[in-house]
Design a protein around this ligand. Structure first.
Ligand SMILES: [Zn+2]
Length: 247
């Protein structure tokens, strides 16, 4: 059986002398791995062969040993990411996160869209990297079943609570009054951070990247988003460590 599918390469491993195993994030099938035989010879008209972060149109053939790449056309190479070490390491973190979350249909459609948009903005350099990182972290987690409830204080149900604390482990917010009485710990988050988190988690795809945030709030947003991923997935992301070492 052959399947025709578009997707972005999120992992590549050399296999034998000139073969590669490509792992591809697709809209219809989530994550798919396929052997690309003589991958280095598999070039399209512009001379590009599929590699990490290439967006391609694939024709996969299903064999007893799994999928084999029958044909591939590279549709987009994000040079602005590939040629910049910091952007590349952040994009590799997104790849690791995609593999860890392994989105399934129908959520894989929104996941692929999110991934491509984040890589596009990283490549074009017209949005803050920390903002793109936070959006990818919180939105991808929410798409894959780790959605926090940031609508109201989990105790008194107030929608616009004062002195909010974000409890990353439980994925809830608690207002100042309730946290004083009933809770310990939690991360203080300013109203601007709460609004940004709500926007990232609950907005429509079309509006996801259109919001403004102060530099100070962005620092907190990035910190809590990263901690949220780290706590719930409990994985050490090598590319994230590398990205952070580049500051
Ligand atoms: Zn409350």
């Amino acid at each position: 059986m052959k399947i025709s599918v578009k997707g972005v390469v999120v992992k590549e491993v050399n296999y034998g002398e000139s073969d590669k195993i490509l792992t591809v994030l697709t809209a219809e099938y989530g994550i798919i791995s396929a052997i690309a035989k003589r991958c280095r010879n598999l070039k399209n008209k512009s001379g590009a062969s599929p590699q990490l972060l290439s967006y391609c149109s694939f024709l996969f053939y299903e064999s007893k040993r799994g999928y084999i790449v029958n044909d591939c056309e590279v549709l987009e190479v994000f040079w602005g990411v590939i040629k910049d070490l910091k952007s590349l390491s952040l994009a590799q973190y997104f790849c690791e996160l995609a593999l860890a979350l392994s989105p399934e249909s129908p959520n894989s459609q929104d996941f692929l869209r999110l991934f491509l948009n984040c890589i596009f903005y990283l490549s074009n350099k017209n949005k803050d990297m920390l903002l793109i990182k936070s959006i990818f972290e919180m939105r991808s987690m929410s798409l894959c079943g780790y959605i926090p409830n940031l609508v109201y204080c989990n105790k008194c149900k107030k929608y616009n609570p004062e002195k909010i604390k974000f409890y990353i482990n439980r994925g809830i917010i608690i207002c100042g009054d309730c946290s004083k009485k009933y809770f310990i710990g939690g991360h203080d988050i300013a109203p601007g951070v709460l609004l940004a988190l709500r926007h990232i988690i609950y907005s429509e795809n079309e509006k996801l990247f259109s919001f403004k945030i102060s530099d100070e709030s962005l620092e907190t947003l990035s910190l809590v988003s990263e901690k949220y991923v780290a706590y719930h997935l409990d994985i050490e992301f090598k590319s994230l460590n590398f990205y952070k070492s580049l500051y």
